[in-house]
Design a binder for this molecule. Structure first.
Ligand code: 4BW
Length: 154
């Protein structure tokens, strides 16, 4: 059984699990859409955080956001990539975590989101918690618990 209560998972905080900001691809709200699309394609990610010049979290931009916004009636209007800015099309109402939040809060947050941004008290971006990291941690815990319960039976 996976136990968040009794085992090490309960003691983990978001800080211990997150990918720190310097390793996270991001764009700025004032960037044109073509720059954001370049970052998304080059990094291989489908969505990345949007920050302002002082590193505050502003939203998330995704490839599908961008494509939706350049789609005309009969064709993709690629000229819009240069005309529109990231802040005009990004998703703004995005969930976030604090570094001090516990594992369970992190786990719940990635049920409906592939990643969730982590911010400090000034809403400055400090990193992301990804679904992959959470699933890896749960898997590790299942194996550790399994090994421990086999030992206890011997
Ligand atoms: O470039 C990649 N390297 C690795 N190691 N895995 C990747 C890469 N691109 C995609 N993946 C895998 C990961 O398992 O595909 C999953 C979905 O990617 P996504 O959403 O749709 O681009 C990845 O799952 P994840 O690690 O749990 O990451 C969830 C989401 O978090 C990604 C992406 O939107 C964001 N993300 C992850 N690492 C990031 C990042 N955004 C910016 N910078 C990073 N370093």
């Amino acid at each position: 059984m996976v136990s968040v209560e009794g085992e090490d998972l309960a003691k983990l905080t978001v800080k211990e699990l997150m990918i720190s900001s310097e390793k996270v691809a991001h764009v700025q709200g004032g960037n044109p859409l073509d720059h954001a699309l370049l970052i998304l394609i080059k990094s291989g990610y489908s969505a990345v955080p949007v920050l302002d010049a002082t590193f505050r979290l502003k939203g998330i931009i995704s490839k599908s956001n961008i494509l939706d916004n350049v789609m005309g009636i009969e064709r993709f209007e690629m000229e819009k990539l240069n005309d529109k800015k990231v802040e005009e099309v990004m998703k703004v109402d995005v969930p976030y975590l604090k570094e001090s939040d516990n594992f369970l809060k992190g786990l719940k947050s990635v049920i409906d989101n592939p990643f969730v941004c982590v911010v400090d008290d000034e809403h400055s971006f400090t990193g992301i918690l990804t679904r992959r990291t959470i699933l890896k941690q749960v898997t590790k815990n299942i194996y550790t618990n399994g090994a421990n319960s086999s030992k206890n039976k011997q």
